[in-house]
Design a protein around this ligand. Structure first.
Ligand code: PLP
Length: 312
């Protein structure tokens, strides 16, 4: 099917809503992100984490544009966009920088501490930019960086983001799968302060590529930013279920929720948790072997399934 709207395939849309709720509950995401909470929030399956970062950036840009226009009706859109600035740590994935390029805004790389982005560094960068007349609007917090699987301090960065009305997007592309295990959830502390969250079940949760799970607390910013409404795509049930074409960059979409459904039904939560724990144990064992062997040393703390080691 080509389920760009609910009417194009009700099953495609409705299974996706249900699966994103199942998955969100498995991670113990704050209820505000879930469609079943009855609020604005909800989930969508994107193709990749890069797309999610870009979609969130464009939603944040649309939100800030509207807010600044209301405050400064005399400023034109071009002037406002020229002042927008987003943030990520120097450890963020290259797709974040790319989202900045594609979104046509400045993106600032903030120095990490021990590979982690700390709240005070983010705050300092924001305050400096405010003093320079710029408009901070978006920050990416990475949980499980590509280089060393370090975890930015979401609890601290979330507070700073909320204080300055900066959209917090959480990129947990790889490590997010581990949050199905309660013992790793302390690493997502502060999630209630985020605006959007993404991880790739296709990376570490046994779902075939592609399946990138994204939740938005208030999808209307993205939906409105991406909403062009040609006559030939209209249907008389608009508004009663998400028309996912407004939540993503392409129009047509695959029935990816099927893959998630099959994996969740075939394995069940406990087996998926066992799979994650087994990989983390492998990494711990291999890390211990590196430490015991005088020829090798660890280049970073062993986190999740990643061991960074080198010859001495
Ligand atoms: N974010 C992080 C932290 C990653 O590690 C990666 C890929 O390795 C990405 C984003 C990009 O993922 P995707 O290929 O799904 O765009």
């Amino acid at each position: 099917c080509i389920g760009f709207t609910w009417i194009a395939s009700p099953a495609c849309t409705e299974l996706e809503v249900a699966m994103m709720d199942w998955l969100g509950k498995m991670l113990d995401l704050p209820a505000e992100f879930l469609a079943s909470s009855g609020g604005k929030g909800g989930g969508v399956i994107q193709g990749t984490a890069s797309e999610s970062t870009l979609v969130a950036l464009l939603g944040a840009k649309a939100k800030k544009l509207q807010e600044v226009k209301a405050e400064h009706p005399e400023w034109d859109e071009h002037t406002i966009i020229g002042k927008l600035v987003g943030y990520c740590s120097d450890q963020a994935h290259s797709s974040v920088e790319r989202a900045g390029l594609l979104g046509g805004i400045k993106l600032r790389s903030v120095k990490s501490e021990n590979n982690r982005l700390r709240g005070d560094a983010l705050e300092k960068a924001i305050e400096q930019d405010l003093a320079d007349g710029l408009i901070p609007f978006y920050a990416v917090v990475t949980l499980g960086t590509t280089n060393s699987c370090a975890f930015d301090r979401l609890d601290e960065c979330g507070v700073v983001g909320n204080k300055h009305n900066v959209w917090i997007h959480v990129d947990a592309a790889y490590a997010g799968s581990a949050f199905i295990c309660p013992e790793y959830r302390h690493l997502m502390k502060g999630m209630e302060r985020a605006d959007s969250f993404n991880f790739n079940p296709h990376k570490w949760m046994l779902v075939n590529f592609d399946c990138s799970a994204m939740w938005l607390k208030d999808p209307s910013w993205v939906v409105n930013a991406f909403n062009v409404d040609p006559l030939y795509l209209k249907h008389d049930m608009q508004g009663s279920a998400p028309d996912y074409r407004h939540w993503q960059i392409p129009l047509g979409r695959r029935f990816r929720a099927l893959k998630l459904w099959f994996v969740l039904r075939l394995y069940g939560v406990e087996n998926l948790q066992a799979h994650i724990r087994r990989h983390c144990n492998f990494a711990k064992q291999f890390g211990d072997l590196c430490v015991q062997d005088s020829r090798f040393e660890l280049a970073a703390e062993v986190n999740m399934g990643l061991v960074c080691f080198r010859l001495k």
